[in-house]
Design a protein around this ligand. Structure first.
Ligand code: PGA
Length: 252
């Protein structure tokens, strides 16, 4: 049985005081739900403050990025060792990082390795762009992203994959549950080819892209989908709490 995950990617939103306020609004309700992993990923500067607030609760903390070197002259970067001290998860390869910060498959591969070395649990994001989707290239794109991100990595037990079609991120135009389930099933099949069937059955694969409390059930109800990576709706406490609650009920 794979434990479902609902992860909130706050992106570049919230000051430290706004982050504290948002966590305070959802902490106790989220803490009550124990059959779902609830992960919140605030900006780097709020990790310490949010970590203090959720200490002793069942809520887990994640970062949104990392650099792959452990330390040194890399002005402005955050290392896996710094994060391992603060949080458990780290989002890697988000399409916004690929698109705006030119992250290549090789960079993402280095980041996944660095995260695993430091004992962090990567949430690896993959997904096709609109033009790739329209050209019928979804499977080809996710296959290549998976292969390059995981090249040379033989240890997968703490990895989560998030399938996020780029055309669905922040657009209000989510995939359908069936579409997402089909691609996620294909990704799982690929994990089995790259590793083995048992690993593929254990790895958690999430859907992400315009998930809200209104459409979350459509995804969570699908057999291959183990939860969601939620952007915009994770900044609204009532929405995020409803998504987690529905997941808890559906995946009982
Ligand atoms: P969205 O973002 O829910 O706002 O579409 C999802 C993501 O980028 O992870």
């Amino acid at each position: 049985m794979r434990v479902p995950i609902i992860a909130g990617n706050w992106k570049m939103n919230t000051t430290v005081s706004e982050a504290i306020k948002l966590v305070n609004e959802m902490r106790s309700r989220l803490d009550e739900i124990t059959n779902v992993d609830k992960v919140i990923c605030p900006p780097f500067v709020s990790l310490a403050a949010v970590g203090e607030l959720i200490k002793g609760s069942s809520i887990k903390l994640g970062a949104q990025n990392l650099y792959f070197e452990e330390k040194g002259a890399y002005t402005g970067e955050i290392s896996p060792l710094m994060l391992a001290d603060l949080c458990e998860f780290v989002i890697i390869g988000h399409s916004e990082r690929r698109q705006y910060f030119n992250e290549t498959g090789e960079i993402i591969n280095n980041k996944v390795r660095a995260a695993l070395r430091a004992g962090l649990k990567p949430i690896l994001c993959i997904g096709e762009r609109l033009e790739e989707n329209e050209a019928g290239r979804t499977k080809e794109v996710v296959t290549e992203q998976l292969r390059s991100s995981l090249a040379g990595i033989d240890y997968l037990s703490s990895l989560t994959i998030a399938y996020e079609p780029v055309w669905a991120i922040g657009t209000g135009k989510a995939a359908t549950g069936e579409q997402a389930n089909e691609t996620i099933s294909f990704i799982r099949h690929n994990v089995a080819k790259l590793y083995d069937k048992e690993i593929a059955q254990d790895v958690r694969i999430l859907y992400g892209g315009s998930v809200t409390a209104e459409n979350a059930a459509e995804f969570i109800n699908q057999p291959e989908i183990d939860g969601a990576l939620v952007g915009g709706a994770s900044l609204k406490a009532p929405q995020f709490m409803r998504i987690v609650k529905q997941t808890s009920e559906i995946k009982q």
